[in-house]
Design a protein around this ligand. Structure first.
Ligand code: FPP
Ligand code: MG
Length: 340
């Protein structure tokens, strides 16, 4: 198919799901029986009894979409990036499985998290299985000598980011550290998604570097948006309990930005966060108000937009083909304007 017009975001994501969804599933279906079953439960492909679910695909395959488009942006065919697209989505899900255990979060995408229904050992092992399935997706594909080390380095940074996030919850209030967390636990995988796509498309190192930087900045913007949704998002659309980040005294980007100040609302917020137990409904509402009073909500919104602008500058410098460039730009805007 020759594409002449840029697609809108719902179409990009739907077509990515059509192209990558079956490959993802066939990769997971190669896992041994019992672990395959729990992985499929996590993806929502079947019920506990093994009955297929025919619910429409509700997951947004944002990372695979970036991979395919980065490949096309440098003139490669999308299919060249299929193994990388599958790999980044598997890593993402491996991380989510472990993250829900670490956060003791019983909900994922509005459904019970795997650990909550199958137990922690099953969820740990499912995460491990998906992690190695991601490596297997790249091994044997063209360019594995480059893509596998990139993926493995990415996972090390993800782990560091997740661990820094855990340490932040214990009460450190440095904004710099919250940005390190965003770079580690989120931006690195979006950067990797773009890098692997560009490399699969045969780009020279300079274009790969700019597409990677595009993904990195998009990732920081993504985390800003995620953290704003974690406080002010509608639980009906986010699939997470209202103000869940505040409840668990998470030092997300807006919280860190607020706490970095020396104003009365910032001091009140720091006091609220000194509590050892999860915050109650009234305290969460109060904390959200205090953050807003410090101007940190607006500052985080601005930060997200600044990173989108940086991302688009790098995209431009990668000298991309016009249609994939327009689609990458649409996805970049979607990241900061989404509601879940
Ligand atoms: C979600 O953060 C967490 C991540 C996106 C990264 C998780 C990474 C790891 C557990 C380390 C890597 C491990 C493997 C096996 C690849 P969040 O809690 O802020 O977001 P949430 O609200 O969606 O849970
Ligand atoms: Mg979490």
């Amino acid at each position: 198919m020759t594409m002449t017009e840029a697609r809108d975001c719902p179409t990009i994501l739907a077509q990515t799901a059509t192209a990558v969804g079956p490959l993802l599933r066939s990769r997971v279906c190669r896992l041994p029986e019992r672990i395959r079953h729990v992985c499929g439960l996590h993806f929502g492909w079947w019920t506990e009894h093994g009955t297929a679910r025919d619910a429409p695909e509700t997951r947004k395959l944002l990372r695979p979409a970036l991979t395919l488009l980065a490949c096309q942006a440098v003139g490669g065919p999308a299919r060249a990036a299929h193994p990388a697209a599958v790999a980044v989505e598997l890593i993402h899900n491996a991380g989510l499985l472990h993250d829900d255990i670490i956060d003791q979060d019983p909900l994922r995408r509005g459904r019970p998290a795997l650990w909550a229904t199958q137990g922690v050992p099953a969820a740990i092992l499912a995460g491990d299985a998906l992690f190695f399935a991601a490596v297997q997706a790249l091994v044997g594909a063209p360019g594995a000598d480059v893509s596998v080390p990139v993926l493995l380095d990415t996972v090390q940074v993800l782990i560091e980011g997740e661990y820094r996030d855990v340490l932040l919850e214990t009460g450190a209030d440095r904004e710099h550290e919250a940005l390190q967390v965003a770079a580690g636990k989120t931006a690195v995988l979006l950067a990797c998604a773009c890098e692997l796509g560009a490399a699969a498309g045969g780009a020279d190192p300079e274009r790969v570097r700019h597409l990677r930087a595009f993904g990195h900045h998009l990732g920081i913007a993504f985390q800003c948006a995620d953290d704003l949704l974690g406080i002010w998002g509608d639980p009906g659309t986010t699939g997470k309990p209202a103000r869940s980040d505040l409840r668990h005294r998470k030092v997300s980007l807006p919280v860190a930005a607020a706490m970095a100040q020396d104003s009365p609302p910032a001091r009140h917020l720091r006091e609220l966060y000194r509590a050892r137990t999860p915050l109650g409904d009234d305290d969460c509402a109060r904390a959200a108000d205090l953050i807003e009073q410090t101007g940190a909500r607006e500052a985080t919104e601005r930060r997200a937009l600044d990173h989108v602008a940086d991302a688009l500058r790098h995209l431009d410098r990668a000298d991309p083909s016009p249609v994939p460039a327009a689609e990458l730009s649409s996805l970049a805007h979607l990241v900061v304007h989404r509601d879940r």
